[in-house]
Write a protein that binds this ligand. Structure first.
Ligand SMILES: NC(=O)c1ccc[n+]([C@@H]2O[C@H](COP(=O)([O-])OP(=O)(O)OC[C@H]3O[C@@H](n4cnc5c(N)ncnc54)[C@H](OP(=O)(O)O)[C@@H]3O)[C@@H](O)[C@H]2O)c1
Length: 283
């Protein structure tokens, strides 16, 4: 089906950001459709964006060329199984943004050779600064790849991986990554206060410095290591601080932390798949 309608199943935080991003990019609100169990959320979305809404997930699938699964991972098995019949009849592209829910499980729950793009966005998508990796299964056409990419690009950077297993690495780097930077900000804020700054000043200086460093890294063609060397004068204050961080095992700790996140992502993928099997046994 190629009528250009994009449906969202689940009208929460991420769907709201994606819909806002698509409309800001010039997409006609009449081509967007959202279904959710919460009618108050649907009314708010219709008021804000003038899009079509419904509490009927099957209708959302019947109408669309592309359907975005934007429900919590633990709700995915029931939601996906609930739209398998109209999916098989109408053959839309399915795009999942549910963290940790694997393509083979979605395919099994749908029960036919469905075109599925699985993506791993991160929380800064909520402020149009997300980083999303996408994986397409073999049933996705080039046109459908472009459509899926355009949805996620509305809220930030996108890139493709050829191996779905790499989404666990993506989860460790960018999925969980915002929290690593928040932790560093918390530590810097507390250290600034200990050095005599007011809480407000320590926070403002920390956050603006994080933003400035990220902007420099984004806008420069040099890698972060070169930028770091450039701002580190021999015998200066920055060098003294960086020596302290490295002596304390910063590099090793970051390596360990990302490996731990990767391992948990693999475990969660297996758990979400098993949740669906438990439902199947109960069916
Ligand atoms: N938020 C992020 O920063 C972020 C980042 C990366 C990935 N993600 C992924 O994005 C997905 C959505 O996250 P979110 O933060 O947008 O969640 P959310 O705000 O909780 O939105 C999910 C919505 O789906 C609704 N829902 C539940 N069951 C449904 C059903 N059977 N049919 C239709 N709608 C149903 C929920 O209603 P109720 O609240 O009434 O249950 C809720 O309105 C998750 O899978 C998450 O892993 C989110």
């Amino acid at each position: 089906m190629t009528n250009g309608i994009i449906s969202f199943i689940g009208g929460g935080n991420m769907a709201t950001s994606l819909i806002g991003g698509l409309i800001a990019d010039g997409r006609d609100p009449a081509s967007l459709y959202v279904s959710d169990v919460d009618t108050a959320k649907l009314e708010a979305l219709a008021d804000t964006f003038r899009i079509q809404t419904s509490s009927d997930n099957e209708e959302a699938v019947r109408l669309a060329s592309a359907v975005v699964f934007a429900v919590k991972p633990q709700d995915m098995a029931a939601v996906v199984k609930g739209v398998a019949v109209p999916g098989k009849a109408h053959r839309p592209l399915f795009v999942s943004i549910a963290a940790g829910v694997r393509e083979p499980d979605i395919l099994r729950w749908l029960g036919y050779d469905a075109a599925i793009v699985r993506s791993m966005p991160n929380t800064p998508a909520l402020v149009s600064s997300g980083a999303t990796a996408l994986y397409a299964n073999p049933f996705v056409s080039d046109e459908q790849r472009n459509l899926a990419e355009s949805v996620l690009r509305a809220v930030g950077l996108t890139l493709w991986v050829d191996d779905e297993g790499l989404l666990d690495a993506v989860t460790a780097v960018s999925g969980s990554g915002p929290a690593y930077y928040f932790l560093l900000m918390e530590c810097m804020e507390r250290a600034g206060i200990a050095l005599g700054l007011s809480k407000d000043h320590a926070r403002m200086l920390t956050i603006q410095t994080a933003f400035g460093a990220a902007k420099m890294a984004l806008e420069s063609s040099d890698p972060p290591a070169t930028l770091r060397t450039r701002v580190t004068s021999p015998g200066g204050t920055t060098e003294r601080a960086l020596d302290t961080l490295m002596a304390g095992g910063m590099e090793h700790l970051v390596h360990e932390a990302l490996h731990a996140a990767h391992g948990r992502s693999v475990e969660l993928g297996m758990e979400f798949g098993r949740n669906g099997e438990a439902d199947e046994e109960g069916d």
